[in-house]
Write a protein that binds this ligand. Structure first.
Ligand SMILES: *Cc1c(COP(=O)(O)O)cnc(C)c1O
Length: 395
């Protein structure tokens, strides 16, 4: 039996939506670790392949545990339909390739997760899909980049690692005015703090690896949109190219969804306190946090986000040496390029996630030698503040 009531608030939907309970009446969602499905008769197999009878055929197409995860994500996002993927990059790549064809043009914000930038800048042109990258914080730049064959807009907000914020409603409205679509990579805001579909975006993608798992265990991704677009553009691509999510990982992510609101609320509260603390410290040149009034796009944050995010970008005075020393002096906060984890993680983008960009491209994005990105975890906030304070002193 499927339970999916549209009027549930997020915390209820994230515990109950999409549940497919078997005849055994299990409380927790079952893991259907199966590749295939059997049919009572040859006639039943024929009917299922013809689409005359509902049911599963093969786990590359669909699987009950993956189905539960997709339905629960739809309930959270307010989307008609979804497809879960093996990683966030599988979701981004599928969404892009299924939205454009050879001869089309994409406009994307240049502040993108490294692999997303590679797909747009390097992979897509191999198939005749040209892209223009713009500073996404000014809508005039998007307008200027539009060509007669522009079919797609793509953005992240807040961006990685400098937490720039793009006006999603303005880009969506521009997309609608020229008959193009907008894909939003909503990882940094989480599905709780920003609702791109309500702001006018057509497609939302997540790396479920981040806050949705939230405990650093498995990779996963999801694409959400209207049913018509998924049926017409994504359905066959999915069946035949196989980016499908493993049922075991889908189960892990379902369990992650149950606690997502509690975790994101706690991590955001801590991040806010840590950002305020860092902003007052003489060792820090700059703090960028969407929840602070001094954020460069604070007016847009107010319009489209309901929380300040769990990430902080900071510039340490003294460049690379000082940034490395700070990282090395931290006890609780771990050095890792991942984010959205229960464990607080810090990374130096210039030498890790963004090392492949030219110096010029890094400068454009505001990534300096002293820039660090902090993903705030679930540890006690006072312990985190104490750890950061001792590391600033020690460095
Ligand atoms: C991590 C991330 C991705 C890629 O997700 P994977 O699950 O690592 O493949 C894409 N976009 C953003 C913004 C991310 O943070």
């Amino acid at each position: 039996m499927s339970t999916n009531k549209r009027n549930w608030k997020p915390q209820t939907a994230l515990v109950h939506s999409g549940t497919l309970r078997s005849g055994f009446g299990e409380t927790s969602e079952a893991i259907y670790l199966t590749q295939g499905y059997v049919y009572e008769t040859a006639q039943a197999a024929e009917a299922r392949f013809k689409g005359e009878e509902p049911g599963f055929i093969y786990s590359r197409y669909a699987n009950p545990t993956v189905d539960m995860f997709e339905k629960r994500m739809c309930a959270l996002e307010g989307a008609e339909d979804a497809r879960a993927t093996a990683s966030g990059m599988a979701a981004v790549t599928a969404a892009l390739l299924c939205s454009a064809k050879g001869g089309d043009h994409i406009v994307a914000a240049r502040a993108l997760f490294g692999s997303c930038r590679w797909v747009v800048e390097t992979l897509a042109p191999r198939y005749g899909i040209e892209a223009t990258l713009v500073d996404g914080t000014d809508i005039a730049n998007w307008e200027k980049a539009v060509k007669p064959n522009t079919k797609l807009f793509f953005l992240e907000s807040p961006t990685n690692p400098t937490l720039e914020v793009v006006d999603i409603a303005a880009v969506a409205s521009l997309a609608n005015s020229i008959g193009a679509r907008l894909i939003v990579d909503n990882v940094f805001a989480t599905p709780l703090q920003q609702k791109p579909l309500q702001l006018g975006a057509h497609i939302v993608v997540y790396s479920a690896t981040k806050h949705i798992d939230g405990q650093g265990r498995c990779l996963g991704g999801v694409i959400l949109s209207d049913k018509k677009w998924i049926d017409e553009n994504l359905h066959d691509y999915f069946r035949h190219t196989g980016p499908s999510l493993s049922p075991f990982n889908a189960w892990t992510l379902l369990k992650g969804l149950e606690t997502l609101p509690l975790r994101v609320r706690q991590q955001t509260e801590s991040a806010g306190r840590i950002a305020d603390f860092l902003a007052e410290r003489p060792e820090i040149a700059r703090v960028i946090y969407p929840g602070r009034a001094d954020h460069p796009q604070a007016d847009i944050v107010k319009k489209q986000m309901s929380g300040g995010s769990t990430l902080i970008c900071l510039d340490v005075k003294g460049g690379k040496q000082a940034a490395f020393a700070l990282q090395n002096a931290l006890d609780i906060v771990l050095i890792s390029n991942n984010l959205g984890d229960a464990k607080s993680l810090i990374t130096h983008p210039a030498t890790t996630t963004h090392k492949n960009l030219s110096d010029e491209a890094r400068a454009e994005l505001g990534i300096g030698a002293g820039t660090l990105r902090l993903s705030v975890g679930l540890e006690d906030t006072d312990d985190l503040l104490e750890d950061i304070a001792q590391a600033l002193k020690a460095k």
